[in-house]
Write a protein of this length. Structure first.
Length: 606
């Protein structure tokens, strides 16, 4: 765990410098897994080709074996440092490396990280030198039942490995997010936490700042905070490592009406500046009150999508233009929320959501905890298994899961957009072993979050009101349901009856918590029309949505609808997928299908 190095997003100011290392790196596969033994970290990688960073390597090549490659692979680049300063700390920060990596600088190991969707941090103070430095990364994208997401790795007849995820998205891999070299003061701000209370027109901001390096607070180092409004006027200030301050007539961050303050957090000694971190702050509160979700004390009905980081050629590589287009499409359709299904996204997504006023359910890669690549279908057919009872090393799995929850909350707790944490998607939840596995992870999330946001998990069909043992852990309940697709496909009236049957059973429990539909949808080809409709056509997707909406509207505890999926996305190959999952309301190139207009009409009125 990288808990000593700060997770704070890189900033540039008078004392901090963050240099992007993105661009064309050198790349090679290492199918024998022999690179480290052969000293590639010292000698350089053999037979390298150029590879864009950030991007998944998968859809860059034209050969199938490279797209489907599973095993070790290497990236390498040169970093040029003009001057080494003794009073600075040097940090290399990868937004993520999927799914695990070891990193060297000039042949010296500087980091090792498990988990493919959260930052990899390396303190290279002392290791980096003036002039040219070689940065080498050995990454690996195998899947197993002790890492998250879960899956299996098979060896094929030709000796090549093949990953099969217990999940429905392509196992995109590589350095998929930006890489930075940060230079920060030797005495530096490690972390800060904020929480908010509303008091009439004012807000009380409770804060805590932690600092590290060669310093001792008793030696006269102090934290000084200054909050500035969007017009550049000072709104509040405070001194000391913890405390609270009042913002008079606070301008609140609202859903689809964002307002961000700037917060300068400074470390000072005898009036001189040691470090400064520039944060953006959205003042808002989150609360669950009975069946309602309250933002700033007001109920909000969630409208939006489960998404993926996914696009042509880039794979899961972050790209500002694609992300911006997604926000524009979501605004056009009247959405206000999305879930980062099924892993924490690149941090730029959250920074943009803060600005655009979207709510986010932030999800760890706790997906595939059911031994089936298509549990949504298997479950529909009544299948289920006790994943946690016979997982090969449940303690190791839980350790990796705990690490992901910790790193996600440390990374994302500052975002006003993030209003809830999701601990799993469609895990097995029907055994006592599942409950015992998840309970400590829910506790951990509650403990780590200074704002005590709601914590949830996402339930598939087997997790029924009668059988699920994990819903009592959740602050609100998320259901993924495909009545009219995997169940009673093509028979929407039968589907409605079954769906109502299940909803009546939930209602009878009188849980007095909000419910969200976090997935519902139909595979739909953006080229296919038919009257009367049949499955896979755009007309069917519209009728399915209308049926679902009418059921949602008859249960007041349903407080949101996140359709599956925002856009079509790549999956592995199989008879259930036509070059990927086609449940998008938008096509993969972000154009609306017919149902988008149905949803726009509803969401603009709701
Ligand atoms: C689907 N169903 O069938 C989706 C999957 C998703 O892509 C699910 O949570 O239940 C899963 O990953 O299209």
């Amino acid at each position: 765990m990288n808990n000593i190095i700060s997770e704070l997003y890189p900033v540039n100011n008078e004392v901090r410098n963050a240099q992007l290392l993105d661009g064309l790196w050198r790349f090679c596969f290492d199918p024998e897994g022999s690179g480290e033994r052969e000293g590639w970290q010292e000698k350089g990688i053999p037979g390298a080709v150029s590879m864009p960073v950030p991007a998944s390597f998968s859809d860059i090549f034209t050969e199938a074996w490279k797209r489907d490659y599973c095993g070790d692979f290497w990236y390498e680049t040169d970093i040029f440092l003009q001057e080494y300063r003794e009073d600075r700390q040097y940090i290399i920060r990868f937004g993520s490396v999927t799914h695990r990596c070891t990193v060297w600088l000039n042949g010296m190991q500087i980091a090792e990280h498990e988990g493919g969707f959260l930052p990899v941090l390396a303190d290279v103070t002392g290791a980096i030198r003036p002039g040219k430095n070689r940065l080498s990364v050995k990454a690996n994208n195998e899947l197993n039942e002790t890492s998250i997401p879960c899956g299996a790795t098979a060896v094929q007849k030709d000796g090549r490995k093949l990953a099969s995820g217990y999940f429905d998205f392509f196992n995109y891999s590589g350095i998929q997010r930006s890489v930075w070299l940060e230079q920060i003061p030797a005495v530096s701000i490690l972390d800060y936490s904020l929480s908010f209370e509303l008091d009439g027109a004012d807000a009380i901001v409770n804060y805590e700042v932690s600092a590290g390096g060669a310093f001792d607070a008793s030696e006269g180092v102090t934290a000084v905070l200054k909050l500035t409004d969007a017009d550049g006027n000072t709104a509040a200030g405070a001194c000391g490592f913890r405390g609270s301050f009042r913002v008079e007539n606070a301008h609140l961050w609202k859903v689809r009406g964002a307002y961000l303050y700037s917060l300068a957090i400074c470390l000072e000694k005898d009036g001189s500046l040691l470090d400064r971190y520039d944060a953006r702050v959205g003042i808002r509160t989150v609360k669950i009150d009975g069946e309602k979700i309250l933002i700033n004390g007001e109920p909000v009905y969630l409208k939006g999508f489960g998404k993926h980081e996914d696009f042509e050629v880039l794979g899961r590589g972050f790209n500002y233009a694609v992300a911006k287009r997604d926000y524009e499409c979501m605004k056009w359709i009247g959405a206000n929320c999305f879930r980062t299904s099924h892993y924490p996204y690149a941090e730029e997504w959250y920074r943009m959501a803060d600005e655009e006023g979207f709510l986010i359910i932030d999800e760890v890669p706790g997906v595939g905890m059911m031994r089936s690549f298509a549990n949504f279908a298997a479950a529909g057919a009544g299948a289920s298994n006790g994943f946690f009872g016979d997982c090969p090393d449940v303690e190791l799995l839980q350790k990796n899961h705990r690490q992901a929850v910790t790193e996600m909350i440390l990374r994302d707790k500052h975002h006003p957009s993030v209003f809830a944490w999701s601990i799993f998607n469609e895990a097995e939840t029907v055994t006592d072993a599942a409950h015992d596995y998840f309970a400590p992870l829910f506790d951990l999330a509650r403990k780590l979050d200074p704002e005590k946001r709601p914590v949830t998990g996402v339930l598939e069909k087997t997790s029924s009101p009668e059988r699920c043992k994990c819903y009592p852990l959740m602050d609100f309940i998320c259901l993924n349901r495909y009545y009219g697709w995997y169940i009673s496909g093509g028979k929407l009236e039968d589907a409605r009856e079954q769906m109502v049957g299940e909803m009546d059973a939930w209602a009878a429990k009188k849980l007095n918590v909000p419910f969200l539909f976090t997935e519902f949808g139909t595979d739909t080809l953006d080229t296919l029309h038919k009257l009367p409709s049949v499955m896979w056509t755009q007309e069917y997707q519209q009728e399915y949505m209308e049926m679902n909406f009418s059921v949602f509207d008859s249960y007041p505890f349903v407080q949101g609808e996140l359709a599956w999926n925002f856009a079509d996305f790549q999956t592995g190959q199989g008879i259930m997928r036509v070059n990927g999952n086609k449940k998008g309301i938008f096509s993969r190139n972000r154009q609306p299908k017919a149902a988008a207009f149905t949803m726009k009409k509803r969401w603009e009125e709701k």
